[in-house]
Design a protein around this ligand. Structure first.
Ligand code: URA
Ligand code: CA
Length: 435
């Protein structure tokens, strides 16, 4: 097989075979296909797209480029959840114990923050002693006994994706729906998921800026899942404003605890109900979303979801007493308020800029090497559409320095107030995949 023939075929809009796609992935991963030829193929895919069959072949070739996690020792259907990323997204922390308390095994591999704010692993490390490194056997044993464990990615998963993603980053080919869909799905499948629930974010603070783009991405991922025999469902949710109220690592642990007690922010709670119901149906623990939602409500009300969070924290070496006393989490030295400059209605809370403001305090990393300050962050007191009075607090800043001028300015610019009434934004635009 000559790679130049594959390039020509894709360039002219023809469908590649499974063998041709495997030839590309194997050759690029082991270095026999150079960057310049791989770049040409990525650009041809960018313009010509890929059929569902091609995307299925691409995903499985990427999965087979490295290690895969074997979760077959865990009883039951293993459901994974993936968010395409946003600001203040605390859902994973909540969903793991919540869905596990309904009897669904959740073997979660999570990442660190790539954007402005911390990832799930960073947040968990706000809990003193919490170990994110378990051996594969300890991970599996914990899921069998407790139904829940969260660890860092181990092993050499999807090296082809790592290499291709780095190349896409410098060849203007990140923004391709088949390439994004294959990249995300390959990682989920390599991590051992039998079923996958996707939260595709749309809006200012997300990768996908329009609902139409988000729908295309969601359908592409659901089709890949079906093509490779993994039940896949998706939700398209709003990320034009941050989710929930808390942004910052310890603050989001506290928010997760509140939500597991039934006292969380409305939007975050509702999204957890919607995603959690899908996870339960995908795991075949309920036959309808209504039944699943009722199960979720029950484990929040009877305290078993919160209890499971505590047990999971303690099983992984963490200080479980934070559940009853969240003030034992790292606390910032200073708090400051950002006051509304006028009466009106909240028109915009630009999620990306709020994320940057939290990062400037130390809640996220500007570069890979940065250390995260677990205690700092923001708490938002308003949502888009809320009425606001001049002088009311919009945001509380939790800081470990007194120098917060740039953070404050960033927040003031990110929140816009209108004199005329503003409609509340929908939380969920669409759900894909039926019960
Ligand atoms: N996230 C991924 O994992 N891959 C992409 O291609 C884009 C976003
Ligand atoms: Ca949040």
């Amino acid at each position: 097989m000559r790679f130049v023939d594959i390039l020509e075929k894709k360039r002219d809009g023809h469908e590649l075979t499974g063998e041709e796609i495997e030839f590309f992935i194997e050759g690029y991963t082991n270095g026999t296909i150079p960057d310049y030829q791989a770049s040409a193929l990525l650009m041809a895919i960018y313009f010509q797209g890929m059929t569902a069959e091609e995307q299925g072949h691409l995903v499985m070739a990427m999965v087979n480029s490295g290690d895969t996690i074997d979760l077959s020792q865990i009883e039951g259907i293993k459901v994974d959840k993936h968010s395409t990323g946003g600001v203040g997204d605390t859902t994973t922390l909540i969903l793991v114990p919540l869905v596990a308390a309904c009897g669904v095994p959740v073997a979660k591999m999570s990442g660190r923050g790539l954007g402005h704010t911390g990832g799930t692993l960073d947040k968990l490390e706000a809990i003193e002693g919490f170990q994110i490194e378990l051996s594969e056997q300890a991970f599996i044993d914990q899921v069998n006994t407790l139904k829940a464990a969260v660890i860092g990615q181990s092993g050499n998963l999807t090296p082809a994706d790592k290499k291709i993603y780095a190349l896409r980053d410098v060849t203007a080919t990140v923004d391709s729906i088949p390439l994004i869909a294959s990249s995300i799905m390959s990682k989920k499948i390599a991590a051992g998921a039998d079923a996958i629930v996707l939260d595709v974010k749309v809006g200012e603070g997300a990768f996908m800026k329009t609902v139409e783009q988000a729908e295309q991405l969601a359908h592409a991922m659901v089709n890949i899942g079906e093509a490779v025999g993994r039940q896949t469902m998706a939700v398209i949710s709003n990320m034009s404003e941050p989710l929930g109220e808390a942004i910052g690592n310890a603050l989001e642990i506290e928010e997760a605890i509140a939500t597991l007690k039934g006292e969380g922010p409305e939007d975050l709670t509702e999204l957890c109900y919607v995603l959690g119901s899908k996870m339960i149906v995908a795991a075949k623990k309920a036959s309808s979303f209504e039944e699943a939602r009722h199960m979720l409500k029950t484990v929040i009300e009877d305290g078993s979801a919160l209890q499971l969070f505590k047990e999971m924290i303690e099983a992984q070496g963490g200080d479980g007493s934070i559940i009853d006393n969240p003030k034992r989490l790292p606390q910032a030295t200073y708090t400051y308020e950002v006051f509304a400059p006028q009466d009106g209605y909240i028109e915009k809370i630009i999620a990306n800029d709020i994320g940057v403001a939290a990062m400037l305090l130390g809640a996220g990393r500007a570069t890979k090497e940065d250390e995260i300050d677990m205690a700092v962050g923001l708490r938002l007191h308003k949502k888009i559409g809320d009425v606001v009075k001049k002088g009311e607090s919009l945001v509380t800043i939790y800081s470990n320095t007194e120098e917060i001028t740039t953070t404050r300015e960033k927040i003031e610019r990110a929140i816009q107030i209108s004199a005329t009434k503003v409609e509340k934004q929908p939380l969920i635009f669409e759900t894909i995949g039926e019960a």
